[in-house]
Design a protein around this ligand. Structure first.
Ligand code: SF4
Length: 61
């Protein structure tokens, strides 16, 4: 799976990093995807982080 963070939408709340730090990290107050594609073992927490993002900035394909 490939995950994307919309940099315009992200408010830098840190939720995705705290839920799934193997995939997301904050840099300059915006979340970045650390790994592309996301390895299968991290997909589950990445999807949880996507669902919990308060502004729906995360998507996957
Ligand atoms: S949860 Fe959403 S708004 Fe918060 S840092 Fe992650 S991508 Fe940005």
């Amino acid at each position: 799976m490939k995950f994307t963070v919309d940099q315009e939408t992200c408010i830098g709340c840190g939720s995705c990093e705290s839920i799934c730090s193997d995939v997301f990290e904050l840099a300059d107050d915006k979340s970045q995807v650390k790994t592309d594609p996301v390895p299968a073992e991290f997909e589950k927490c990445a999807v949880v982080a996507e669902k919990d993002c308060p502004v729906q900035a995360i998507s996957h394909e």
